[in-house]
Design a protein around this ligand. Structure first.
Ligand code: ZN
Ligand code: FE
Length: 254
């Protein structure tokens, strides 16, 4: 079994510590805040054996150096961003497998937010750590990649089994829901989810993780090929990546 311990970090990041129960192997998914991660590890009585980085942004690698020094953990990260990942030990790319004890993650290259971004899919455990590629009802900003690249990346994640649990790196859900309603107003499942999110946030609770089923039903960035969404943005029949680009552009200005 793969345990996941989730905790808020910095202003709106999540930290994730994962543990393979069979072997006791522990990995940090990204390192938004080294001090906060050490406190969580100490509370759990876990060491950190590994760090799995998704991309080079400082709120994902900021704790690498201090955690490396403290635990001498193995740092795994995206090959195309190796030069920008502090203390990296092992580079991985599309199709590689990373073992955390007996739990195996498939690595997918998902360019868009950054060009080298990768995600870790623990298929047998039905869990995925997607960094800033996919958010609950949102997706990462296109800082480096093109809309075509991000649409292709998101389409691959959308094809995972519906029950796959998605651990995204930020709590952006409430703002994402407000935007989603602006381009998919008639979506009853979205309306219901937005209400659930408001209630959760009002009591300070997480809205992450999510699932592929929920995202397929309510995430406008995964629905750029939906006739209703396309009609709502005045792009009926448009190539899907162009509709995606328009939705992303609107979100950037929302
Ligand atoms: Zn980022
Ligand atoms: Fe981030």
């Amino acid at each position: 079994m793969l345990q996941v311990h989730q905790f808020p970090c910095l202003s709106d990041n999540y930290g994730f510590l994962i543990r393979d129960d069979a072997t006791g192997t522990v990995a940090c998914i990204d390192t938004p805040d080294g001090d906060a991660i050490v406190r969580q590890l100490d509370d759990l009585g876990w060491p950190s054996h590994m760090i799995l980085n998704t991309h080079w942004h400082p709120d994902h690698v900021g704790g690498n150096a201090m955690l490396k020094k403290r635990y001498d953990c193995e740092i795994v990260g995206p090959v195309h961003e190796a030069a920008r990942i502090p203390n990296i030990d092992r580079t991985v790319d599309e199709g590689d497998v990373v073992a955390v004890g007996e739990c195996q993650a498939q690595v997918l290259h998902t360019p868009g937010h950054t060009l080298g971004h990768i995600v870790y899919h623990f298929a047998a455990a039905q869990k995925a750590f997607v960094g800033d590629t996919l958010f609950a009802m949102g997706c990462g900003r296109l800082f480096e990649g093109s809309p075509q690249q991000m649409w292709a990346s998101l389409s691959r994640l959308r094809d995972w089994p519906e029950e796959t649990v998605i651990y995204c790196a930020h709590e952006y859900t409430q703002a994402n829901a407000r935007f989603a309603l602006s381009v998919d107003a008639g979506n009853a499942e979205l309306q219901a989810r937005a209400q659930w999110v408001d209630a959760r946030r009002a009591s300070g609770e997480f809205t992450v993780p999510t699932t592929i089923a929920l995202e397929r039903a309510t995430n406008p960035f995964l629905r750029a090929d939906d006739a209703g969404v396309q009609a709502a943005i005045g792009m009926s029949g448009a190539p899907f990546h162009e509709a995606f680009a328009e939705i992303r552009r609107r979100k950037d200005q929302f």
